[in-house]
Design a protein around this ligand. Structure first.
Ligand code: 13P
Ligand code: SF4
Length: 366
């Protein structure tokens, strides 16, 4: 199996550390207007404001994948997000379009919780246990190699925006699901669709074991034991604290939060869903939001007429998303301007061929 080509991680040149914010912003504007339509900057909602302001389009994982698939104009796509998002953009764009990640260290700790070797090993054991009754579904927050595994085994990608649609589709294909790598999104989605918790097993990739008490014949869903370190940071005691301090406040969380937190909240949904709910909420309404801090802070600033807080005021932003900052964005753009090919994300052709199957199945249903 050939994996994504990882280059030695290049470090930010010293000169960017001595530039002022104003100087960097001016240079970014200059390069953007010089490159025009040849340059395209998509940014995820969790990006820092300093970077977000320069985005040509913003959105959640699904929207950014759809936009990448649709954009055939841009020669240079500078992806402000994390590694798996840039890989997805590379696979969905044409071969002549080049995708860059301003800081190659911007990975995702959840995606790193499932590697292809563990996944192949799990698949062998699960096939022995369940025969040909299983369909893999992978959250887009996974490596291109996992997407390829999913594609060649008849499965599809999901995002938090379309997980329900994709799970429903998956059950039209096979009796059981193997959901990677986020156990919480898998559990919350299948539970909402009526699958009881006692029909869900966990695959522990560290032990290489299925964790389930009871007769495995009853298992409908196998959840990879992975999680988002940001969303797992919202706890039941955070919910109780908000309920005590603000009895009228509504709590809305991302489905990457644990089942217990989702169950105690008033509403849950993808990043786009949360943005839409807050936008449409009446002035004077009050909200505690359980998702990434850069987004929560942006919503607080955008809607001063609504009372918005983070469900956990001590929460840090997603550290890997935060690696993309103004100096790294400018560095990526200056490399493009000078014709230097740095920080390029390129998934090899074989992996792309299989991974695209799982992405296209998702985009066809989404
Ligand atoms: P969505 O963009 O699908 O809401 O996912 C959130 C996330 O954690 C992205 O890394
Ligand atoms: Fe990964 Fe969670 Fe950060 Fe999203 S918020 S990039 S899932 S660690």
């Amino acid at each position: 199996m050939v994996l994504t080509k990882f280059m030695e991680v290049p470090m930010l040149p010293e000169k960017y550390k001595s530039m002022t914010f104003k100087e960097m912003e001016n240079r970014i504007r200059e390069i953007k207007s010089k490159l025009g339509d040849e340059l395209f900057i998509p940014a995820h909602h969790y990006q820092r404001d300093e970077v977000f302001q320069f985005a040509d389009t913003t959105g959640d994982s699904l929207q950014l994948a759809q936009v990448a698939a649709a954009n055939k104009k841009a020669k240079h796509v500078v992806f402000c997000g994390v590694h798996f998002m840039a890989e997805t953009a590379d696979m969905l764009t044409d071969d002549e379009q080049i995708v860059y990640l301003p800081d190659m260290r911007a990975g995702c700790s959840m995606a790193d919780m499932a590697n292809i070797y563990q996944t192949e090993e799990a698949w062998i054991v699960l096939q022995q246990l369940f025969g040909d009754t299983l369909l893999p579904l992978t959250y887009v927050n996974s490596t291109a190699a996992i997407k390829a595994f999913t594609g060649r085994n008849g499965g599809a990608c999901v995002t938090s925006s379309n997980a329900k649609i994709m799970v429903e589709w998956a059950f039209t294909q096979k009796q059981r699901l193997f959901f990677l790598p986020d156990q919480h999104l898998g559990r919350n989605t299948t539970y909402d669709l009526g699958i009881p918790l006692d029909q869900m097993a966990i695959w522990n990739p560290i032990k290489g074991q299925l964790e389930y008490e009871g007769n495995v014949e009853n298992v409908k869903v196998i959840l990879w034991k992975g999680h988002c370190s940001v969303h797992e940071g919202f706890t039941v005691s955070n919910v109780r604290e908000v309920r005590k301090n603000y009895p009228d406040m509504k709590i809305i969380v991302h489905p990457e939060c644990s089942r217990e937190v989702v169950a105690l909240s008033d509403d849950n949904g993808s990043t786009k869903y949360i943005c839409d709910v807050i936008e449409n909420a009446p002035a004077g309404s009050s909200w505690a939001i359980g998702t990434e801090m850069n987004l929560v802070k942006r919503l607080i600033a955008k809607y001063p007429e609504k009372h918005i807080i983070s469900l956990n005021e001590n929460m840090c932003p997603c550290l890997t998303m935060n690696r993309i900052d103004l100096p790294h964005l400018l560095w990526a753009l200056e490399m493009i301007e000078s014709g230097e090919k740095g920080n390029v994300i390129q998934v090899d052709a074989n992996t792309t061929k299989e991974a695209i199957l799982s992405l296209e199945r998702m985009l066809a249903c989404a």
